[in-house]
Ligand binder design. Structure first.
Ligand code: LLP
Length: 394
C-alpha cells in the first residue's frame, strides 16, 4: 500500500466490518519503535522523553507510552487530567499551556510540574505558590527569537510568535522569581514543528546560551518538532544524527561550564504520526467533464483530517481494490465546502492536485496514512454535524 503500511487489506476489511468507517487504526508496534529511537539517545546526564499528547490523546496510546517510561507534555489542564485518568502519575506531567485553568492549584498540589509560558503565568504561579518550599521550583518557556516549522502556522518562535517569554525579558523573570521566592529549575524552548535536523543544533546552541542566565536550572527541554516523512520525498529526522549532536553539545557545555544538564524532548509527531491510518470508504465518484477533474469523495474529510486543508499537508492515500488500472483523481471529503480537500498541492491548501490512484468503485475502502498525529485531535470536529471517526489501537 505505502510505507506506513501496518495493515493488510484483509485486516482493513475486517476492522471496517467490525467497527464501521471512518476508523482511525493505530499501531502500538510502530509507536513503540519510534519511542525506542528517542529513548536510545545516550544523554550524558539523563534523558526524559515527554509525549506531546496534543498530537493524539487517545487513552490506549497514552497507556502504551506509559509502559515504556515515556512521560507527558500536557498543553492544557484538561490534557493533564486525561493523562492522569489514563494512569499517569501527576509527577510525570509537565504542563505547558496557553491558558491558566482554575484547576492549576490542584494539579500542582497533586504533583504536576508547571512551565510558565508568559510573565503573567509566572506571576500567577508565584501568587499561588510563592514561599511554599515544596512548590518553589518552576520552569520557564522562552521564545529564543528564532523559530522553525513545516508551515508558518507551526513556527512558534521569533517575533511573530506569542509562545514563551521573549528572550530579552530575563530581568523581568528575575524580578518575579525574587519577589515570589521561586527557582527556575528548567529552561524550555519549543520553537516549532517539522524542523530540519540542522535547526536542532542552532536551537540547542541558543538554548544553552540562555540557560547561562539561570544558575539553578538543571534541565533543558528543547520541545518537539522532529520531522517525519509521510510521503515519498519528504525528509525525516534521523534520531541517530540528532541524538549524537545533542549528546556531544551537552558534554561540551559540561566541560566548559561544569554544569550537568538533564535533557528533555517532547515529540508528538515523531512518536505517532506514521502509526495511524484512517480507513474510509468511497462515498461517491463525480467529475467536471473532459477539461475538469475526476473526484473521489470519501465518507470522511476535514472533520476527521484537517491537515491537508489547513497546511496543504501531504498524506498518502491508497484505494483498496482488486483493479489494476490506475487513474488520476482529486480526493475530497464529505463536507459541503471546496476547502475539504485531501490532495492539495504541497503547502498550498487552495490548489487541487491530482494523484495517481487505483481506479475506485463506490463503496471501496480507502486508507489514508500519516494520520496518527494532529488528526483525531485536531480537526473541524462536528462540522456538518458528522460524528467523529472511531479509533482503535492494534
Ligand atoms: N512541545 C510543545 C510545547 C508544543 O507546543 C508542541 C507542538 C510539541 C512539543 C510537539 O511538537 P511535534 O513534535 O508534534 O512537532 N498541528 C501541527 C503541529 C503543531 C504542534 C503544536 N505544538 C501539525 O499537524 O503538524
Amino acid at each position: 500500500m505505502f510505507k506506513t503500511n501496518f495493515l493488510d487489506k484483509e485486516t482493513a476489511v475486517q476492522l471496517a466490518n467490525n467497527y464501521g468507517t471512518p476508523l482511525f487504526v493505530y499501531s502500538s508496534k510502530t509507536i513503540i519503535e519510534s519511542a525506542q529511537a528517542m529513548l536510545s539517545i545516550s544523554a550524558p546526564f539523563g534523558l526524559t522523553i515527554r509525549y506531546a499528547m496534543k498530537a493524539n490523546p487517545y487513552p490506549e496510546i497514552l497507556k502504551t507510552l506509559q509502559k515504556i517510561t515515556i512521560k507527558i507534555d500536557a498543553s492544557s489542564g484538561y490534557e493533564a487530567e486525561l493523562a492522569i485518568a489514563a494512569g499517569y502519575q501527576p509527577e510525570d506531567i509537565l504542563l505547558t499551556s496557553q491558558q491558566i485553568r482554575d484547576n492549576l492549584k490542584s494539579l500542582v498540589e497533586q504533583g504536576v510540574q508547571y512551565n510558565a509560558t508568559s510573565l503573567h503565568q509566572l506571576e500567577t504561579y508565584g501568587k499561588l505558590f510563592g514561599g511554599v518550599k515544596q512548590f518553589s521550583n518552576i520552569s520557564v518557556r522562552i521564545n529564543p527569537g528564532v523559530g522553525s516549522g513545516h508551515s508558518a502556522k507551526t513556527n512558534v518562535g521569533g517575533l511573530t510568535s506569542s509562545f514563551g517569554i521573549w528572550h530579552e525579558y530575563i530581568d523581568e523573570i528575575y524580578k518575579l522569581i525574587d519577589r515570589h521566592n521561586l527557582k527556575i529549575c528548567r529552561l524550555h524552548t519549543h520553537i516549532g514543528s517539522g524542523a530540519d535536523p540542522q535547526v536542532w543544533q542552532q536551537s540547542l546552541a541558543i538554548s544553552l546560551e540562555l540557560l547561562k542566565h539561570f544558575e539553578n536550572a538543571t534541565t533543558i527541554n528543547l520541545g518537539g518538532g522532529f520531522k517525519v516523512a509521510r510521503v515519498d520525498g519528504e525528509k525525516e529526522a534521523d534520531m541517530k544524527v540528532i541524538g549524537k549532536m545533542l549528546v556531544d553539545e551537552l558534554q561540551d557545555f559540561t566541560n566548559s561550564y561544569g554544569r550537568k544538564l538533564h535533557l528533555e524532548l517532547e515529540p508528538g509527531t515523531f512518536l505517532v504520526a506514521n502509526a495511524g491510518l484512517l480507513v474510509a470508504k468511497v462515498e461517491d465518484l463525480v467529475d467536471t467533464g473532459k477539461d475538469g477533474y475526476k473526484f473521489i469523495k470519501l465518507n470522511t474529510g476535514m472533520n476527521d483530517i484537517l491537515r491537508p486543508s489547513l497546511y496543504g499537508a501531504q498524506h498518502p492515500i491508497a484505494v483498496l481494490s482488486d483493479m489494476d488500472e490506475i487513474g488520476e483523481y482529486v480526493v475530497v471529503g464529505h463536507n459541503c465546502e471546496s476547502g475539504d480537500l485531501l490532495t492539495p498541492v504541497p503547502g498550498d491548501p487552495e490548489v487541487l492536485q491530482v494523484r495517481k490512484l487505483t481506479v475506485p468503485a463506490i463503496g471501496d475502502l480507502v486508507v489514508i496514512g500519516g494520520v496518527g498525529a494532529y488528526c483525531a485531535s485536531m480537526s473541524a470536529h462536528g462540522y456538518n454535524s458528522y460524528p467523529n471517526a472511531k479509533e482503535v489501537l492494534v
